[in-house]
Design a protein around this ligand. Structure first.
Ligand SMILES: *Cc1c(COP(=O)(O)O)cnc(C)c1O
Length: 428
């Protein structure tokens, strides 16, 4: 780098040895970073092409109020998403409050009593347990007579094809496939593997709707699950595709019929996509989507950088420093409470917002142990921004993701390493 940055790093509390370690890894990872930049370039062009083909105009950036009839910006943005994901249609709304809501909406609107959902990739994301009714909850799909079955991945991480074949019955209507590992120890699925799984499911029962939970996966590869047969892809706008600028929102892209069903459920039968004022969020939705490929690349570089540095200290990391990436999440097993706390303190101390706050483990509702979280985000809870969290229980792992710019992700990780050093967890 240069002397100017080195001095600032020092002023920001980074020791010379930690700084030099960072420089060494940046140098070593150049080729890796170039590959990530290449994917970002492709996806940037894909987004621009989508915007041009949908004829995004200045008029699209003004919003509507009230009912939101004839909202040009909203309708055009949905065409842009459909263009980028190569789907017939899309629903992209601030009224979809988060990723869980988008997934619940896609499920509830496309399933009817007596239908069965299959998860062929093991347990879905925590919050979906209540949506589906795996854990008893009010308003779950189970209450509406929609059943659930699950086939776990094999111990080696492969799909259990035989188990899946047996689990598909006459009532199987929808397969939910989670791309990212979330907080499970399994590997994240590549788009190609998702494609193989979908082909297999469709070869057994062609009318099974294949829905992919795309959270944290958008723009990590050049293809999306909708390019390999997914009927619906679903995600959150305060993760990858919002580019850090979207202040709220979720999306569903897919077959026209399924999007129509989702719209009738989101608003009301008869109204569907025609209502839903966009208020003032459209400029952030458009601009965030425009920036997203490069933001995702920054987060990916941060994850690769973190994996390599922490691996060099002997901490188990998933994915490993050299593995290919299919989402932006990095898990690091620090092995002790002090390690988890120090790591999160470092991430917090590097934040642009709330850097002076010290994160502490607390009893978060719904968890069976204390949890510590570090986030100093412009958008509350945004996890495309640099953030980390970890349950205070063995094996003492932290999950780390995001970074709107690589310099910020790098600084956050160096701060985390510095805190690990200061607290005596590691020695340089
Ligand atoms: C974040 C996430 C969700 C839920 O999204 P929220 O916006 O937190 O409701 C669902 N699935 C996966 C894989 C996720 O990472």
């Amino acid at each position: 780098m240069n002397d100017l940055s080195e001095a600032l790093y020092e002023q920001l509390g980074i020791d010379k040895d930690v700084y030099e370690l960072g420089e060494m890894w940046c140098e070593k990872l150049k080729e890796r970073f170039d590959t990530i930049d290449g994917i970002a370039e492709y996806n940037q062009l894909k987004v621009i092409k989508g915007m041009q083909e949908a004829k995004v105009s200045e008029a699209c950036l003004t919003g509507t109020t009230g009912y939101g009839y004839n909202d040009l910006g909203r309708e055009t943005l949905e065409a842009v998403y459909a263009g980028i994901f190569h789907t017939e249609d899309a629903l992209v709304r601030p009224q979809i409050t988060c990723g869980t809501h988008a997934l619940a909406l896609a499920l509830m609107s496309n399933l009817r009593p007596g239908d069965e959902i299959l998860s062929p990739v093991g347990k879905p994301y925590d919050t979906l347990e209540e949506v589906i009714g795996i854990r008893k909850s009010k308003g779950s799909l189970r209450e509406y007579g929609i059943n659930y079955s699950q086939v776990d991945l094999l111990p080696d991480g492969e799909f259990d094809y035989e188990g899946i074949r047996k689990a598909i019955g006459p009532n199987t209507r929808l397969a939910t496939i989670q791309r990212s590992k979330g907080y499970e120890p399994r590997k994240t699925l590549s788009v190609d593997r998702i494609g193989q799984l979908i082909s297999y499911i469709k070869s057994i029962k062609s009318d099974v709707i294949c829905m992919v939970d795309n959270c944290y996966g958008e723009f990590v590869e050049t293809k999306e699950p909708s390019d390999v047969g997914a009927d619906m892809v679903v995600g959150s706008l305060i993760k990858n595709p919002g580019g850090g600028l979207a202040p709220i929102g979720g999306y569903i892209a897919g077959k026209k019929e399924y999007i129509e069903n989702a719209a009738y459920r989101l608003t009301s039968p008869g109204l569907g996509k025609e209502v839903g004022a966009s208020l003032g969020v459209l400029p952030a939705f458009y601009q965030g989507l425009f920036l997203s490929p490069v933001v995702v690349a920054s987060a990916l570089k941060g994850a690769v950088f973190a994996a390599n540095i922490l691996e060099s200290f002997g901490f188990p990391v998933v994915p490993s420093g050299s593995e290919s990436r299919h989402d932006i999440i990095q898990a690091v097993t620090l092995g002790s409470e002090e390690g988890v706390v120090a790591f999160c303190k470092g991430i917090q101390a590097a934040a642009p917002v709330d850097s002076f706050v010290t994160p502490e483990p607390w009893d978060m509702p719904g968890y069976d142990s204390k949890v510590i979280m570090a986030a100093g985000a412009f958008v509350s809870g945004s996890s495309i921004e640099l953030s980390a969290d970890g349950p205070i229980k063995p094996p003492y792992a932290v999950y780390f993701q995001g970074g709107l710019t690589f310099p910020h992700a790098k600084f956050g990780i160096l701060k985390a390493v510095q805190e690990l050093k200061n607290s005596g967890v590691i020695r340089l």
